[in-house]
Design a protein around this ligand. Structure first.
Ligand code: SRM
Ligand code: SF4
Length: 571
């Protein structure tokens, strides 16, 4: 491949001296709120996106004013683990430097929004002083390593946590540029995931990965973080409590463009069995494979999924074996995929309890409806428990004594926070991406319409007698699919400011992609469009059959035609 064919991001990376670029100088220049294109790209590796408030842009332009430029900051937080002290301090940082909210992401970490340039260095510095990081939050690098968040004290969960920390540390970028830019070169005291800073990148090299790279470590029996949507899904295998290795599945990724069939969502395919002592070298081999073979000329074709889909799994396995210098076994048989519900109260296995608190769209903020932020802060300050952020945008409060349960519930409810039993299963499972006003890619609303949309779908489900059914509905403001809309029972994907593409037929367990049935459903028509499909489901389902499974068995097209007949039109 010649230089001229490479995407512009490739030369920006190569010339950046391991992510240093001109970031420090540009961030210190407060005479402009903006940054250069190169700094925009490099900042992603440091955990930040530069953008503007999309709500005010048009009005300001009409008034001849500049956009409201601002930054988003995304932390790295492997497995979503936080201490109470970290949480309370992050909450204070959100007040001081961001928009008074913390946003739990679909990858078990926090984002801060609406940060002014002047606040960037103090915010990132303060995050580091809490022994957390933003390095590699975004960018062409391994992102936050995710795992099952349940704080259950048994060998399954202990192993998942150990491996998550091990890999998170191993695959973190090593460049010391991050510390030079934000910390005056200081590297704060050690914490479980912190890399040893270096002047180069032994694993990634000077141009890092061709594109973002995502790892999830889980067990098939609890696929609560949709492992198969990751470039590398590590499925940990046990015989009883005895761990005997991993199945590596490669090539998950959801981003696509409407009407561009060469881009598509894809679920990771099982490639090989990895014995316990080969976790790190096998992970490195996968990273090297994508590093060396991923398409660096076309960023729309650069994810590992395109290599897997186009070259085929035998080729992928053969290349991995070359990096590893040995033959690898085929994947071992696995248990059926299932998803456990970590909201509500659960015993931890050590005499204590955990409480999974559902947070609609992951937005921890005080609003008219509920003072989620104040309620969580009060409980966490009072009881000082450890916390876990989940991939379905919820938060888990850990290590609670049975005697503390009533008071904790009371405090949360006093602030208007709804717990699992106050919500329908659909509302509890609902995911929405950030979208407007901060996401530069949003074609339509998502997070901000989640509450009214859920309420309207609930009315329809109530009418059709399916209100108590467990169903995964996910909305995204554009086809990039940050709320994983293509793997739920129902996916709603922004198409134009007022319309959404509708997908059905995925499964709750995250093993099957759904299919598009309508291209442009007006937002207000979404609940009515679902109603005839829910009616058909209730009438024709086999006992206990979930909506997505029903659609797949009955036929996605047949379900669609029932809706078309009932509505008298297609969208
Ligand atoms: Fe995402 C880009 C938000 C999880 C696929 N994602 C973005 C950006 C940075 C927009 C941009 O590029 O300008 C969004 C920032 C919005 C904002 O204002 O905050 C954004 N993505 C998010 C989060 C916050 C959504 C959420 O509601 O929680 C999630 C942060 C995860 C994290 O902590 O690291 C988030 N994004 C995902 C996921 C889900 C997952 O990883 O399990 C996906 C689908 C899986 C995948 O990777 O394919 C996802 N985001 C994308 C894509 C499409 C990538 C592709 O291969 O085509 C983009 C666009 C891009 O990279 O060019 C994107
Ligand atoms: Fe933004 Fe699209 Fe991701 Fe939603 S799915 S956060 S609109 S990039």
């Amino acid at each position: 491949m010649t230089d001229t064919k490479l995407s512009k991001q490739e030369s920006i990376k190569r010339e950046s001296h391991y992510l240093k670029g001109n970031i420090a100088e540009e961030m210190a220049d407060l005479s402009t709120p903006e940054v250069s294109d190169a700094t925009y790209e490099l900042l992603k590796f440091h955990g930040s996106y530069f953008g503007y408030d999309r709500d005010t842009a048009t009005e300001r332009k009409q008034r001849g004013e500049d956009k409201e430029w601002e930054f988003m900051v995304r932390m790295k937080c492997p497995g979503g683990r936080l201490t109470a002290a970290q949480y309370v301090a992050l909450d204070a940082l959100a007040e001081k430097y961001a928009n008074s909210s913390l946003r739990i992401t679909t990858r078990e970490t926090f984002q801060f929004h609406c940060i002014k340039k002047v606040a960037m260095q103090p915010l990132i510095r303060d995050i580091n002083l809490l022994l957390l990081s933003t390095l590699g939050g975004c960018g062409d690098i391994t992102r936050n390593v995710i795992t099952c968040p349940a704080p259950i004290k048994n060998p399954h969960y202990t192993k998942l946590e150990e491996d998550t920390f091990l890999l998170a540390k191993h695959v973190a970028p090593k460049s010391n540029a991050y510390y030079e830019v934000w910390m005056d070169g200081e590297v704060v005291a050690d914490y479980p995931f912190k890399p040893e800073p270096a002047a180069s990148e032994p694993l990634y090299g000077a141009t890092y990965m061709p594109r973002k790279f995502k790892i999830a470590i889980g067990r098939p029996e609890d696929n609560c973080m949709d492992a198969l949507c990751n470039d590398l899904a590590i499925l940990t295998l046990f015989n009883g409590y005895e761990h005997f290795g991993y199945n590596f599945a490669l090539g998950g990724g959801l981003g696509m463009n409407h009407n561009q069939p060469k881009t598509y969502p894809y679920l990771a395919r099982p490639i090989m069995f990895v014995p316990p002592d080969m976790l790190v070298p096998a992970t490195e081999a996968v990273i090297k494979l994508q590093r060396d073979f991923g398409d660096r000329s076309d960023r729309k074709h650069a994810r590992l999924k395109y290599l897997v889909a186009e070259k085929g799994t035998p080729w992928i396995k053969q290349e991995l074996e070359k990096y590893l210098g040995r033959a690898m076994d085929d994947p071992k048989p696995m248990k059926d995929f299932a998803v456990e519900d970590h909201t509500g109260w659960h015993e931890q296995g050590d005499g204590k309890w955990f409480l999974g608190v559902p947070v609609m769209s992951g937005r921890i903020a005080d609003s008219d409806g509920a003072a989620i932020r104040s309620g969580l802060r009060e409980v966490i300050l009072e009881y000082g428990m450890d916390l876990r952020l989940t991939a379905d945008q919820n938060i888990i409060l850990c290590d609670i004594e049975a005697s503390e349960k009533p008071a904790i519930e009371q405090t949360l409810r006093k602030h208007g926070i709804k717990l699992r039993e106050d919500l329908t299963p659909m509302a509890k499972n609902f995911l929405a991406c950030v979208a407007y006003p901060t996401c530069g890619k949003a074609l339509s609303e998502a997070e901000r319409v989640a509450h009214p949309l859920v309420a309207d779908i609930e009315k329809v489900m109530q009418r059709q007698g399916v209100i108590d059914e467990n169903i995964a509905i996910r909305i995204a403001g554009c086809p990039n699919g940050c709320s994983r809309p293509y793997v739920g029972d129902i996916g709603i994907v922004g198409r134009t400011p007022e319309t959404y593409a509708l997908y059905i037929g995925g499964d709750f367990e995250g093993t099957r992609l759904n299919e598009k049935i309508f291209d442009k459903v007006p937002f207000d028509a979404l609940p009515q469009t679902l109603e005839p499909m829910f009616a058909l489901w209730r009438e024709k389902r086999s006992p206990g059959e979930a909506f997505g499974n029903f659609c797949a068995r009955y036929g996605v097209d047949a379900v669609k035609q029932t809706a078309v007949a009932a509505l008298g039109k297609e969208f």
